[in-house]
Design a protein around this ligand. Structure first.
Ligand SMILES: Cc1cc2nc3c(=O)[nH]c(=O)nc-3n(C[C@H](O)[C@H](O)[C@H](O)COP(=O)(O)OP(=O)(O)OC[C@H]3O[C@@H](n4cnc5c(N)ncnc54)[C@H](O)[C@@H]3O)c2cc1C
Length: 586
């Protein structure tokens, strides 16, 4: 097989938020950067995500009139990260996160919108805030990407309506109220018409939202700096020379290419959500590694972790939770393939409860997905399977939808026929349908309903926390998260454990350098995004706690490699880059 050598300053492995943030920052400082991607399309998990970033203390918050009390963010992270509070990395995140946002929003097309209210997931805890830390990527016109729009990974089908990923809160509300409010009806009609014309003309929607907008915007920022991105080009090995990592071996178009990276290699392969062996080792609910479902791309098989381990890097197995847990349901797509639906919001809606296979409620359903799964695992201790059921009545199903089932007027027949959605004329009949003792489920629903009539949930306090209420229905009073289940038929969807990204990762320092077992940096090797151990210590403090650090530490890694003072105010040093030359050496 022919072998070629090329030399760059920085080799970035992976095209998710962390990799592209590194690449754009490094190229902006005059470094010659190459990005390689295993998949035929760029964007990774990032392109499927909600596109939310959690970074306290940004200019965007100040512009909303939100000023953090001094030290609140650090106190909150100290509280959240418990045994894994890494002060140096937390300080770096809090100091450079706002700088990274300034860098991107002032110099590139990567832009965000900050809602005044989006509570931290534990807003009531020390240092928690009701808003000002979570921002969402601003929608992006896909035409800006020219022909490269075709290479952008699509959104997760389960999170789209007619192939269209709905933007942030206000847009979702318009869709839910389309047949209740004339304003919403007009909004939805216009959005759908534009989308259908886009699909006819371009084969896909061109109004990119959420994570698709983030991946699209970062790609455009890379295009503006002429950063080459090699698709279908996995890194197979790292090249070790003298005292550190000198580059990597990449497979591309049937050739083996040695990419020598003068300043360093940055691993940004998106963690290990589809590495069965590591799941087996680190996910207690998945003893064979297979009792777990991830909506992340199947190409995220832990390559970055293995590459680093092969040169002395190590993964910290002691992090309290090895992944960002999310309850998921498994559905069959129209083409027969399996889809994994993450349940982010539906659990908090009034009239939705969850029960174990024994028919008992086990937690506040409005809590964050990470917290919900922890309660689900605990409630299933000693059971053959970790699973639960999400329940609602007909009115709630048609009002808000549930999982993959969209609200009215979209039909539900396909989901009933596939067995994804279970139905019973009465609670008892539904219980028989899903294999729960009818008397137990009837008693559970009756007990919930009795208090729910006055908006109470004495058992678990659904709606008692700011984050619960934010995800509820503000039009329902007195409790936006609580209403009785009383208008049959009744419905259920089975929940199993999944993740939206992994937390256990390579041990790195505050400069993103991969550390060896003695705690020394491995020369020439950095890790960012989910390839690095999460700075959140295995907890999930708020919306955007993986993408916020991904962008921040991508920026930090690049500034280290460019040997620029990371604390300085930085701007683009170059307008355009020369394309990377390929020279044949063997
Ligand atoms: C449905 C969903 C919603 C989410 N919403 C949010 C949110 O709103 N906010 C938030 O913070 N987090 C969210 N997340 C999690 C977030 O998307 C991920 O944590 C984040 O995108 C990870 O970024 P990354 O750069 O580390 O990896 P990725 O975006 O996964 O990119 C890694 C890339 O590396 C490539 N790669 C792997 N191995 C190799 C190799 N050997 N050679 C070359 N390339 C390789 C992969 O193909 C992939 O394209 C969500 C996740 C999901 C699934």
């Amino acid at each position: 097989m022919a072998q070629e050598d090329i030399t760059v300053d920085v080799l970035v492995v992976g095209t998710g938020a962390s990799g592209m943030a590194t690449a754009v920052t490094a190229a902006s400082q005059g470094l010659k950067v190459l990005v390689v991607e295993k998949e035929a399309r760029y964007g990774g998990t990032t392109a499927r995500s909600g596109g939310w970033l959690w970074i306290p203390g940004t200019r965007l918050a100040t512009e909303q009139g939100i000023v953090e009390p001094d030290g609140a963010a650090k106190a909150y992270l100290r509280h959240e990260t418990t045994t894994h509070f890494d002060e140096k990395r937390v300080d770096a995140f809090l100091e450079y996160g706002p700088k990274a946002i300034d860098f991107f929003t002032r110099n590139t097309c990567v832009q965000f919108d900050m809602p005044a209210v989006f509570p931290d997931y534990h807003a009531e805890a020390t240092g928690g805030q009701p808003g000002g830390r979570s921002m969402v990527t601003r929608p992006f016109n896909g035409h800006e990407l020219g022909k490269r729009i075709k290479q952008l990974a699509p959104p997760l089908p389960e999170l789209t309506v007619f192939g269209m990923m709905l933007g942030s809160g206000p847009e979702i509300k318009h869709f839910m109220r389309a047949f209740k409010s004339p304003t919403s009806f007009v909004y939805v009609a216009k959005r759908l018409t534009k989308h259908f014309f886009d699909v006819l003309g371009n084969g896909r929607g061109m109004m990119l939202t959420n994570g698709n907008a983030l991946a699209g915007r970062l790609a455009k920022a890379g295009m503006d700096l002429d950063i080459p991105v090699w698709l279908s080009s996995p890194v197979k090995n790292l090249i070790v020379e003298f005292d550190g990592v000198a580059g990597a071996v990449v497979q591309r178009e049937g050739k083996t290419i040695r990419v020598l990276a003068k300043r360093g290699v940055v691993l940004a392969c998106g963690g290990f959500p589809h590495d069965i062996e590591r799941r087996k080792q680190l996910f207690p609910h998945a003893p064979t590694g297979k009792e777990h479902y991830s909506p992340s791309p199947e190409s995220n098989t832990g390559d970055g972790l293995r590459l680093a381990e092969s040169v002395g890097g190590r993964v910290d197995p002691t992090i309290p939770h090895a992944a960002a847990w999310v309850p998921t349901s498994v559905t069959t797509r129209k083409d027969g393939s399996k889809g994994v639906m993450p349940h982010f919001i539906d659990r908090a809606k009034p009239g939705v409860i969850s029960v174990t296979a024994k028919g008992k409620r086990f937690t506040n359903e409005g809590n964050s997905y990470h917290d919900f799964v922890q309660a689900m695992v605990k409630a299933c201790e000693g059971e053959p399977e970790v699973s639960a059921w999400l329940l609602c009545d007909h009115k709630v199903l048609r009002n808000y939808g549930l999982g993959c089932v969209a609200p009215a007027p979209l039909p539900i027949g396909r989901h009933l026929r596939s067995g994804y959605l279970k139905r019973g004329a009465t609670v008892g009949e539904l219980a028989r349908e899903i294999g729960i003792d009818p008397a137990t489920l009837e008693a559970t629903v009756a007990e919930f309903n009795a208090a729910a009539k006055t908006g109470q949930d004495p058992a678990f306090g659904k709606g008692s926390k700011a984050y619960n209420r934010y995800q509820g229905d503000a039009l329902v009073t007195p409790n936006p998260c609580v209403a009785p289940l009383e208008s049959g038929p009744y419905y259920a969807i089975k929940l199993v454990v999944g993740d939206i990204g992994t937390f256990a990762g390579l041990v790195t320092d505050e400069k993103t350098r991969v550390l060896d077992s003695t705690g020394r940096p491995i020369k020439g090797l950095h890790a960012v995004g989910n390839d690095a151990a999460s700075v959140m210590g295995g907890n999930y403090p708020g919306a955007g706690i993986t993408l916020g650090p991904a962008l921040t530490f991508g920026y930090v890694a690049a500034m280290q490699l460019a040997q620029v003072d990371v604390a300085a105010e930085v701007s683009l040093k170059v307008e355009r880059r020369e394309p990377v030359a390929v020279s044949r050496s063997a």
